[in-house]
Design a protein. Structure first.
Length: 105
């Protein structure tokens, strides 16, 4: 079954939401413990977004399972493409901050 991503009317449609902050904090931590591997960090972020898209849009059973059991409301993970791009930008900002923290502490 092929379905449109973002068919959920409850989607926040906001470029920045609470999960943006979670992305930032997560990547600050990753950058702190694994600094200065920017290309790998970017590739991991892109791979995750592609996996998320494939899992939620292309594989019906995974979409149903995620919608039923995942504690994060669908309006946050069933997002538009610009949210995914913002996620990648925020990931890299967080990664940069985390990498720099290692040198400051």
């Amino acid at each position: 079954m092929n379905r449109n991503m973002n068919r959920n009317d409850n989607n926040t449609n906001k470029p920045i939401d609470i999960l943006t902050l979670i992305h930032l904090l997560q990547w600050i931590i990753i950058g702190y413990f694994f600094p200065n591997h920017y290309l790998i960090a970017l590739l991991l972020g892109i791979l995750w977004e592609l996996f998320e898209y494939y899992m939620l849009v292309r594989v019906n059973i995974l979409y149903i399972f995620t919608k039923k059991y995942w504690f994060v409301p669908e309006k946050y993970w069933n997002e538009k493409i610009y949210n995914k791009i913002i996620d990648l930008i925020v990931n890299m900002i967080g990664y940069y901050i985390g990498s720099q923290l290692l040198h400051k502490i």
